[in-house]
Design a protein around this ligand. Structure first.
Ligand code: ATP
Ligand code: MG
Length: 738
C-alpha cells in the first residue's frame, strides 16, 4: 500500500509541538519500543502518550497507520482517541485499525466468514432479536422453565465469556438452559448471524483454528496499542496475546486503580502479569498529574490508599493552586438537584462553559431528579451511555400501565403493556383484539373485554383485564405512588426485571425511581400531566450542554467541573456490590470513586443526602464511608442538616463551646483520619460521640458496625462505628489535657 497522503509538514509540526510539551518520563514513554506497559495514575497523560506514540511510529519510524492497531474499550473513548490521532496526523483515520475490541473483531471476521461457519454478509443480532430468538427456543423446548429470556441470555453470555461451548456445559442446575444454549447456537448458524459475545469468541476460534489467517494479521499489525489496559478480561487478553506474540511493539497503558469492570470479567491480574507474559518487556511509570488541582488529587490519592489490593504509586500534581474538594450535605435528592442546578447556573454566569461540566452518578436512575430540575431551570443537558430518563424503555412501559389505568381508551398504552412482561399475548392475540374492537367501535381494552366474554380466550388475558380493572378501582383509595407500587408487584413486571441479571436490576432501579417520584402527586392525572410537560421541554441539538453520565462511562474523560452526587452508604458503595462481592466489591466501588474525583480539572463537588426517598418511604441515609476517607485538609464541608436550612460547620456547636477551633487547627485535627488510636468500636446509649466529619452527637444504640446517633443540631442518623470517637476523650486531647 502506498504511503497515505497527508499534510506532512503541518501534522509533523503539531506532533513536534505536542511532544515538546511532554516531560522527560512521558517523552521516554512515547519513544519506547518493544513490549511496554505504562502503569500510571489518573491524568498523568497515558492516553496522550499513547496517541503520540502512534504518531511517532508514523512520523519517526516509517510505520504506516494501517500497520498499527489501537484498541480501547468504549465507543466514546474510541471516538476521543481517533479525534486526537486525526489532529496529530492531520488525516481522516476512519479506515484504519482504531476501535473497540468488539469492533475490531467484527472487522476481522467479516474478512473470513466461511472459517467461522458463516456466509458473507452475516448479521449481528441486537438484544431484542436475541430475546425473541431465545424466547422461541424456550417455548419449543416445552416451556418447562420459569426462566425469562433475559436470564437465559445472561447465562449464555457468561458461558461465552468463559469460552464454554454448548457441549461443554456441566453441572448447571437447569438442563433446559444448557439445551437452549445448544439450540441457540444452531439457530444463529441457520440465520447466518452472530451475537455480540460471539464476536470475540469467534475471532479467538478463527485464530486458533487457522494459523495462516492468524499469521496474516500478525504480519499486518506491526504495532499494537491498548488504552485502559486494566479493564481487559480473559477473552480479550487471549485475543490480544494471539496478535501480540509476533509484533514489533506492544504498547499498553493503564491504571490498576481505575479497574472498574470486574463485574464484566475484567481482571486486573492481567495487567499485573504483563512482565511475565511478555518477557523482556518494560514497565514505565508516569507520576505527574496534569489534570487536577492539588486538593483534588490529594483527596483521590488518600481515598484510593484505603484499598489493599493495589501496588500504590506516587502521584504528584503539576499545579500548585486550586480549590478544595467541596462536600455538600443536603436534606434530600430534590434539594441535591436544586443545589447542583444552582451551582451550574452560577458557574455559567461566571463564564464556565456548560460542556465543561459533568454530573457523574453511581446509577443511571439518579438522573431523573437532575433531569427534571434541569428541564425546569432550562439547563441544557445530554446523557452519555443512556437515553433521557422518561424515554427509557422500562419507564415508557411502566408509564403505559399508569396511562391505561388512568384512561381506558389509551390504545397505545394497552398495546405497549399487554405483553410486558410476557403473558403469551403476542401479535396474534393483539390482532384479534384489534379486529374485534374495530368491529364494535370500542377501545382495545373494551374490545378485549367483550372478546373474553363472548369467546374462550387465554386465561392470561382474563387475568390481565381483571388486574387492570382492580387497579382502576384502587386508584380512588390509594395514593398514586402506592397504586404504582401495587401495579409493579402484581403485574409481574418487577419479577420479570429481577430475572434479567445486572441490566434488569438497573432497569428496576429506574422504575422504582419513577414510582417514588410520584409521591408528591395527588392523582394519576396530575402526575401524567407533569411527565407530559417535562417531555415537551427539549434542548436544541448542538447547543452547549451539561453532561450527565454514570461513573462507569466516565473513564478516560475530563471536565473542568464535576459533580458527584449520591455519596451515601448503600448507594455508593452500592449495597448490591458489597452483598455480592464483599471486600472485593468494596474496593471496586472505591476505584469508581477514585475515577469520579479524578475526572475534574478545576472543581469537584461531592454531595450526599441525609434522606433518600424510596418507594418504601423516606429513609435516613448516612454519608458514604468514602467521604470520610478523604482528609479534611483537602475539603470544604457544607452540611445542610435541615431542610432548606444550611448550617455550615454544624459540628462547632454544643460541646465545644469555649474551644474555638481555628480553621487550620480544625483541618489538621480532622484530617488525621489515619490515627485510629482514639477510635472506639463499642458504644453505649447516651454516650457523647464526635463524628470525624459531622460533629457531636449522642448515641441511641448500636447494631454491628452501624451506630444510630442523634446530632445536636438535627435528627437521627445512622453512621459507621469506626468513624465515631469518644467526644470527651477527643476534646480533652485537643485542648492538651491528656
Ligand atoms: P486517565 O487515567 O484519566 O485516562 P490519562 O493518564 O490518560 O488519564 P490524559 O487524558 O492523557 O491522561 O491527560 C490528562 C490531561 O493532562 C489532559 O488534559 C492532557 O492534555 C494533560 N497533559 C498531559 N501531559 C501533559 C503535559 N506534559 N503538559 C501539560 N498537560 C499535559
Ligand atoms: Mg486515559
Amino acid at each position: 500500500m502506498d504511503r497515505p497522503a497527508f499534510s506532512c509538514s503541518t501534522s509533523l509540526e503539531i506532533f513536534q509541538s505536542q511532544l515538546a510539551r511532554m516531560n522527560p518520563c512521558q517523552k521516554q514513554a512515547v519513544e519506547a519500543g518493544g513490549y511496554v506497559l505504562i502503569s500510571a495514575g489518573a491524568g498523568t497523560g497515558k492516553t496522550g502518550v499513547l496517541t503520540l506514540h502512534f504518531a511517532s511510529l508514523v512520523h519517526h519510524h516509517g510505520i504506516r497507520p494501517d500497520q498499527i492497531m489501537a484498541v480501547t474499550f468504549t465507543n466514546k473513548a474510541c471516538q476521543e482517541m481517533r479525534g486526537r490521532l486525526e489532529r496529530l496526523l492531520a488525516m481522516p483515520l476512519k479506515s484504519f485499525w482504531i476501535g473497540t475490541f468488539h469492533g475490531l473483531c467484527l472487522r476481522i471476521l467479516k474478512n473470513h466468514p466461511e472459517s467461522i461457519g458463516r456466509r458473507p454478509g452475516f448479521t449481528i443480532l441486537d438484544t431484542k432479536d436475541q430475546s425473541r430468538l431465545i424466547g422461541k427456543i424456550l417455548k419449543d423446548l416445552g416451556g418447562k422453565t420459569h426462566h425469562s429470556p433475559s436470564y437465559v441470555l445472561n447465562i449464555i453470555s457468561q458461558w461465552k465469556q468463559q469460552e464454554v461451548l454448548p457441549g461443554q456445559v456441566k453441572h448447571f442446575h437447569d438442563p433446559l438452559v444448557a439445551m437452549a444454549y445448544t439450540r441457540y447456537q444452531e439457530e444463529l448458524f441457520e440465520m447466518n448471524s452472530l451475537d455480540f459475545d460471539d464476536l470475540l469468541s469467534s475471532c479467538l476460534y478463527l485464530f486458533s483454528q487457522n494459523p495462516e489467517i492468524l499469521a496474516l494479521y500478525q504480519k499486518q499489525f506491526r504495532h499494537i496499542l491498548v488504552d485502559e489496559y486494566q479493564d481487559i478480561n480473559a477473552v480479550q487478553y487471549k485475543w490480544l496475546k494471539f496478535l501480540a506474540v509476533q509484533c514489533e511493539g506492544l504498547f499498553c497503558v493503564g491504571d490498576e486503580d481505575q479497574s472498574i469492570y470486574g463485574w464484566r470479567g475484567a481482571d486486573v491480574q492481567n495487567m499485573l502479569r504483563f512482565q511475565q507474559d511478555f518477557p523482556g518487556s518494560a514497565v514505565l511509570r508516569l507520576e505527574d498529574n496534569y489534570r487536577s488541582t492539588p486538593h483534588i488529587l490529594s483527596a483521590a490519592s488518600h481515598l484510593i490508599a484505603h484499598n489493599q489490593s493495589r501496588y500504590g504509586k506516587v502521584l504528584r500534581t503539576a499545579q500548585n493552586y486550586g480549590e478544595k474538594v467541596h462536600i455538600q450535605g443536603l436534606w434530600d435528592t430534590q434539594e441535591e438537584a436544586l443545589f447542583v442546578a444552582d451551582c451550574i447556573l452560577k458557574a455559567k454566569a461566571q463564564g464556565r462553559r456548560l460542556s465543561e461540566i459533568a454530573i457523574l452518578m453511581r446509577t443511571s436512575a439518579q438522573s431523573r431528579e437532575f433531569e427534571e430540575r434541569f428541564l425546569v431551570c432550562r439547563i441544557p443537558y445530554h446523557i452519555i451511555g443512556n437515553i433521557n430518563f422518561y424515554e427509557r424503555q422500562e419507564i415508557r412501559d411502566f408509564l403505559g400501565y399508569i396511562r391505561l389505568v388512568h384512561n381506558d381508551c389509551d390504545n397505545l398504552a394497552f398495546e405497549r403493556i399487554i405483553n410486558v412482561p410476557k403473558r403469551g399475548l403476542g401479535s396474534m392475540s393483539l390482532e384479534k383484539i384489534h379486529t374485534y374492537a374495530k368491529l364494535h367501535g370500542v377501545s382495545l381494552e373494551e374490545g378485549a373485554r367483550l372478546l373474553s366474554q363472548e369467546q374462550k380466550v387465554s386465561p392470561q388475558l382474563v387475568l390481565f383485564l381483571s388486574q387492570v380493572k382492580k387497579w382502576r378501582q384502587q386508584a380512588s383509595a390509594l395514593s398514586p405512588m402506592n397504586l404504582a407500587l401495587e401495579i409493579l408487584h402484581s403485574s409481574g413486571y418487577q419479577t420479570a426485571l429481577e430475572a434479567q441479571g445486572i441490566e434488569g436490576q438497573a432497569r428496576l432501579d429506574n422504575v422504582k425511581e419513577l414510582v417514588q417520584a410520584m409521591e408528591p402527586f395527588h392523582s394519576l392525572e396530575e402526575f401524567l400531566e407533569h411527565v407530559g410537560l417535562l417531555l415537551e421541554i427539549r434542548s436544541n441539538p448542538g447547543e452547549e450542554s451539561v453532561t450527565l453520565m454514570t461513573l462507569h462511562s466516565a473513564k478516560g474523560l475530563e471536565f473542568d467541573e464535576v459533580f458527584l452526587p449520591g455519596w451515601e452508604e448503600n448507594l455508593f458503595p452500592h449495597s448490591r456490590c458489597l452483598e455480592e462481592s464483599g471486600n472485593k466489591g468494596l474496593e471496586e466501588e472505591r476505584r469508581l470513586a477514585y475515577v469520579g474525583i479524578t475526572r475534574a480539572r478545576q472543581k469537584s463537588t461531592i454531595s450526599f443526602c441525609w434522606n433518600r426517598k424510596t418507594y418504601h418511604g423516606t429513609v435516613s441515609s448516612s454519608p458514604s464511608r468514602f467521604i470520610q476517607e478523604i482528609p479534611g485538609k483537602d475539603t470544604i464541608i457544607h452540611l445542610s442538616l435541615d431542610k432548606k436550612v444550611k448550617k455550615e460547620q454544624a459540628y462547632l456547636s454544643k460541646g465545644t463551646q469555649g474551644s474555638q477551633f481555628s480553621s487550620s487547627a480544625k483541618s489538621s485535627f480532622y484530617s488525621n483520619s489515619g490515627s485510629e488510636s482514639n477510635l472506639q468500636s463499642g458504644f453505649q446509649a447516651g454516650q457523647r460521640v464526635r463524628h470525624e466529619v459531622f460533629g457531636l452527637a449522642t448515641v441511641i444504640h448500636q447494631n454491628g458496625d452501624q451506630v444510630k446517633v442523634r446530632f445536636d443540631q438535627s435528627g437521627e442518623k445512622i453512621l459507621i462505628s469506626r468513624f465515631l470517637k469518644n467526644a470527651v476523650f477527643l476534646i480533652a486531647t485537643f485542648l492538651g489535657m491528656i
